[in-house]
Design a binder for this molecule. Structure first.
Ligand code: ATP
Ligand code: MG
Length: 741
C-alpha cells in the first residue's frame, strides 16, 4: 500500500490517528494519498471500512474515489458527496426524528424563485433569476436567514445582485412556498441533517457510533454549512484528514471558502501538516503553464500558492488555437480529437471542458459529425437514474419469466436478451435526434447494453460457458452496491466545475475568450480571481496533451469582436510579452490560426502532428436558410441549411432507407449510429439527394473521411440502388451481428 507513495504522501497515509492536513497543488497526489491512507488503515486492521466516511464535492469526484478504493481492493468504505451522505442519513432517521417520509427534493429552484418573485410583485429576467437564486443559495449555505440577508451581504463585502431588501423578501417567500408544498431544496438537505443531529442527541450518537474516521477531499471548497455538518459528525473527535488546494477554490460563489483549510493548523495546533509539490499528473509543459497562470493570481488563495514541479518526462507543448467563429472552433477541436484517437489516445482519456453547459451543444454536434463517441455528463448516480432502475426491474422480470419467451432463449446470448428487454422499454439501437434529457436517457440505457456485451466477453474470456441474465443482474447489483457505474469509451464533455479532481491524457479547453473566460458576470476582483482558478483547474486536468482555443466571433459572418482571455496574456505566444513566456524555451508553441495545423506550433506541439493538417483554410461566410434566407446561427440548422421550421423538400422514402442503412452500419462498426452520420446530416442528404461524390462532399457533416468510407453506399442509396456494402456481406455474417432479428 505504501510502496506507490513518495515520502510525504507516506506521511499522510501513516498518520492514521490525529488530525492531518494536506496542502498541495493540483496533481500532487492528494487524492491518491488519502485513498491509500484508507486502504493502508483497513489492511493494517486499524480502520474498520464501515467506520470510515470519505467526503468530497462532486458526484464525479466521489465516483473517482470509489473507483480508486475499489482498485486498491477496499470495499465497504463510504465515499460520498456531503450532500449524498447527508441525504442518506436524513432518509434513514427522518421517520424517527420527524415522522413520515423525507419531503420531496425540488429538481430546480428556478420555478419556485420565479413564483416567489411574482408574489413580491417583482419580475425577474433570466439573468436576474439566476443571480437571485445564487444569492438564496449563498444565504443558505452561510446560514443566513432572510431577515439578516441585507446585513450579511454588507458584512461579507459581497456585491448585491439587486436591492438586498428585495432579495431578502423573495428569499422569505421562497422558503414559505416550499414549506406550503412540503418540498425541500438541495441546501435544505444539509440544513435539516444539521438540525436533526443538533436537536436529537440519540441520533447524533448513533451516527457517531457508525462513523469514526473522516476524510475530506477538495477541502478548499467546504462551505460553512458543510463544515458545521462535519463538526457534528466529528462530535469533538479528531480522526480527521483533510486535503486541499486553495488555488483550486472554485465554489466561493456558493459560499465555499478556503479559510477552513488555511486555518486548520490554528484549530488543531497539533495537526500533522504535509505539503506536496511533486506533480505526478502532468508533463513539464502543462505544469509550466499552470504555474504561469497562478503567478499572476492575486488574493488570499494566491498567497498560499505552491509552485508545482513535474515528475514526468517532457511532452508536447500546449497548443493555442484561434478560430474565426464557434462552429469552426468546434470543428477544429473535433478534428484534433479525431487525430489523437487515430494516434492511439483512447476516447475515454480525452475531455473537452467549457465554462458553461450551454457551450456543449456545438461540440456535441461537431464530435458526432467527426464520428467521435462522446458522453455529456459522465455516469454519476447512474444506478439512481429512473430509466436505469426501470430497466433493471424489467430485466429482473424477464429473468424470472424468461423461460416462456423465445427472445430470452439462452442460445440468443445475453446482450441480445438485454437489447430485447430494453427495446420493449423504448430503447432503440440508434440515438434519438438532438441532445438533452431524451438523449441522456438513451445514453444510460445504451450503457447497460454495452455493459452486457462487455460482461459476456469478459466471462467468455474467463472460460465461463454461458452468461445468463441472472449473472448479469448479479453483476449489476454488485456494481450498484459499490456505486461503480459502467464506463463508456467516449470523449467526455464537461464543465470546468464538474472536472475538478479528474484527469485525462488530452484536454481541450475551449471558448477561452473574454466574456466566457472570465464569464461576463464575473465583475469584482474576487470573482475574476475565481475564474482564473477555474482555468487553473482546467489546465491541470491534462496529463499530456493540452489545447487552449477561442474564437473571434460567435457565429459565422458575425463581427470578430472577441479577444482571447486575459488570463492567457503573457503565456500565449505573441501576447504582451512576459519574461516567463519569453524565457520558456520550447515550452510554448506558437498560435495556430483558423485551420489547425496552419500555425507555427503544429510541428512541435500539435497533437497528431501532420495528420491533423487541414490544407485549405475555409473562408467562413454566413450560412443562410435556403428557404427563407434568414442568417442561421444554430449548428443544427446550419447543417440543414434551413430553419428547423421552414418547409423541407425531403425525399421521405430515401430518408427511411438511409436510416435503415445507418443502423446496419452502426451495428457492424459497433458504434452509436450518430458516429456514422447524425440525424441532421441524414436529413440534409435526403433533401439534397446528391448524384455525385462532389455533391455529397458539400453536404454539411460529410467530410473527406466519411466520403471515403460511406460515399459509395450513400450515393447508391440516393440513386435507388443497393449499397455495395450490403452485397459484400454474407448472410451468415449478417445473422451473427443481429441475433435478435
Ligand atoms: P487534484 O488537485 O487535481 O485533485 P491530486 O493532488 O488529488 O490532484 P491525484 O489525482 O491524487 O492528485 O494524483 C494525480 C496523478 O498522479 C494520479 O494519476 C496519481 O495516480 C498520480 N500519482 C500521485 N502520486 C504518485 C506517486 N507517488 N507515484 C506515481 N504516481 C502518482
Ligand atoms: Mg484530487
Amino acid at each position: 500500500m505504501l510502496d506507490g507513495l513518495d515520502p510525504e504522501q507516506r506521511e499522510v497515509a501513516t498518520a492514521l490517528h490525529g488530525p492531518v492536513c494536506v496542502l498541495a497543488g493540483a496533481g500532487t497526489g492528494k487524492t491518491r494519498a488519502i485513498t491509500h491512507r484508507i486502504a493502508y488503515g483497513v489492511r493494517a486492521g486499524i480502520l474498520q471500512p464501515a467506520s470510515v466516511l470519505a467526503v468530497t464535492f462532486t458526484n464525479r469526484a466521489a465516483g473517482e474515489m470509489r473507483g480508486r478504493l475499489r482498485q486498491l481492493g477496499v470495499g465497504g468504505v463510504q465515499a460520498r458527496t456531503f450532500h449524498s451522505a447527508a441525504l442518506r442519513q436524513l432518509q434513514y432517521f427522518w421517520p424517527r426524528a420527524v415522522g413520515g417520509e423525507v419531503p420531496r427534493l425540488v429538481e430546480s429552484k428556478y420555478p419556485v424563485v420565479s413564483e416567489a418573485a411574482s408574489r413580491c410583485r417583482l419580475r425577474l429576467d433570466r439573468t436576474e433569476l439566476r443571480e437571485v437564486t445564487g444569492e438564496i443559495e449563498w444565504a443558505k449555505v452561510t446560514q443566513t436567514v432572510p431577515e439578516d440577508y441585507p446585513a450579511a451581504l454588507a458584512r461579507a463585502g459581497r456585491e448585491a445582485a439587486r436591492d438586498p431588501a428585495e432579495v431578502g423578501r423573495i428569499y422569505a417567500v421562497y422558503e414559505q412556498l416550499k414549506r406550503d408544498r412540503g418540498v425541500i431544496d438541495f441546501e435544505d438537505v444539509l440544513l435539516l441533517t444539521v438540525g436533526v443531529l443538533e436537536d436529537q442527541p440519540a441520533i447524533a450518537d448513533q451516527v457517531r457510533g457508525q462513523y469514526q474516521h473522516f476524510v475530506v477531499d477538495e477541502y478548499q471548497d467546504v462551505s460553512p454549512l458543510q463544515q458545521r455538518l462535519l463538526d457534528l459528525w466529528l462530535g469533538g473527535r479528531e480522526s480527521l484528514c483533510v486535503v486541499g488546494d486553495a488555488s483550486q477554490t472554485i465554489y466561493s460563489f456558493t459560499g465555499a471558502t478556503p479559510e477552513h483549510l488555511l486555518t486548520f493548523r490554528a484549530r488543531y495546533p497539533h495537526a500533522t501538516v504535509v505539503r506536496l509539490v511533486r506533480d505526478y499528473r502532468s508533463t513539464p509543459q502543462v505544469v509550466h503553464l499552470a504555474n504561469g497562470l497562478l503567478a499572476q493570481a492575486r488574493g488570499r488563495a494566491a498567497e498560499h500558492r505552491l509552485e508545482l514541479v513535474s515528475q514526468l518526462d517532457k511532452g508536447p507543448a500546449p497548443v493555442y488555437a484561434e478560430y474565426g467563429d464557434e462552429p469552426a472552433e468546434a470543428e477544429g477541436t473535433a478534428r484534433r480529437i479525431r487525430a489523437l484517437l487515430d494516434a492511439g489516445v483512447p476516447a475515454s482519456e480525452t475531455a473537452v471542458l467549457f465554462r458553461v453547459n450551454a457551450q456543449s451543444e456545438v461540440y456535441e454536434q461537431a464530435l458526432a459529425d467527426a464520428g467521435v463517441p462522446y458522453q455529456m455528463r459522465g455516469t454519476e448516480r447512474f444506478f439512481e437514474r429512473p430509466e436505469v432502475r426501470e430497466a433493471i426491474v424489467a430485466l429482473r422480470g424477464a429473468a424470472r419469466f424468461g423461460g416462456n419467451d423465445a427472445l430470452l432463449d439462452e442460445a440468443v446470448g445475453l446482450a441480445a436478451q438485454v437489447r430485447a428487454v430494453l427495446s420493449a422499454k423504448g430503447w432503440t439501437p440508434e440515438p434519438p435526434a438532438g441532445s438533452g434529457a431524451v438523449r441522456e436517457r438513451w445514453d444510460a440505457l445504451s450503457a447497460l447494453v454495452r455493459l452486457a456485451e462487455l460482461f459476456t466477453e469478459s466471462r467468455a474470456a474467463a472460460g465461463a460457458e454461458a452468461t445468463t441474465l441472472a449473472d448479469f443482474l448479479a453483476e449489476l447489483d454488485e456494481r450498484a452496491g459499490a456505486q461503480h457505474p459502467p464506463t463508456v469509451d467516449s470523449v467526455t464533455l464537461a464543465s470546468l466545475h464538474a472536472a475538478k479532481g479528474l484527469e485525462w491524457d488530452a484536454v481541450f479547453l475551449v471558448g477561452l475568450a473574454e466574456g466566457t473566460m472570465p464569464i461576463t458576470h464575473a465583475r469584482t476582483e474576487q470573482q475574476i480571481e475565481e475564474e482564473r482558478r477555474l482555468l487553473y483547474v482546467g489546465v491541470t486536468r491534462a496529463r499530456r496533451h493540452l489545447t487552449l482555443s477561442w474564437s473571434l466571433a460567435r457565429a459565422p459572418g458575425s463581427r470578430a469582436t472577441r479577444r482571447p482571455s486575459r488570463f492567457l496574456n503573457g503565456l500565449r505566444p505573441g501576447s504582451a510579452a512576459s519574461p516567463r513566456a519569453a524565457g520558456a524555451g520550447g515550452l510554448v508553441a506558437g498560435i495556430e490560426r483558423g485551420a489547425p495545423g496552419a500555425g507555427p506550433g503544429s510541428g512541435s506541439g500539435g497533437p497528431g502532428g501532420g495528420e491533423d493538417r487541414a490544407p485549405v483554410r475555409r473562408r467562413r461566410v454566413p450560412v443562410r436558410c435556403r428557404v427563407c434566407g434568414r442568417t442561421l446561427t444554430d449548428p443544427g440548422e446550419m447543417k440543414l441549411s434551413r430553419c428547423e421550421d421552414c418547409p423541407s423538400d425531403l425525399d421521405e422514402a430515401l430518408h427511411e432507407r438511409l436510416h435503415a442503412w445507418r443502423s446496419r452500419q452502426a451495428e457492424l462498426l459497433r458504434q452509436p449510429a450518430f458516429c456514422v452520420f447524425t440525424d441532421k446530416t441524414l436529413l440534409a442528404i435526403a433533401e439534397a439527394v446528391p448524384g455525385t461524390a462532389a455533391e455529397l462532399a458539400v453536404v454539411p457533416g460529410v467530410g473527406g473521411r466519411k466520403l471515403a468510407r460511406f460515399g459509395a453506399d450513400v450515393l447508391a442509396l440516393c440513386a435507388g440502388e443497393e449499397p455495395p456494402s450490403a452485397a459484400a456481406e454474407t448472410p451468415e455474417e449478417a445473422a451473427e451481428d443481429s441475433p435478435e432479428k
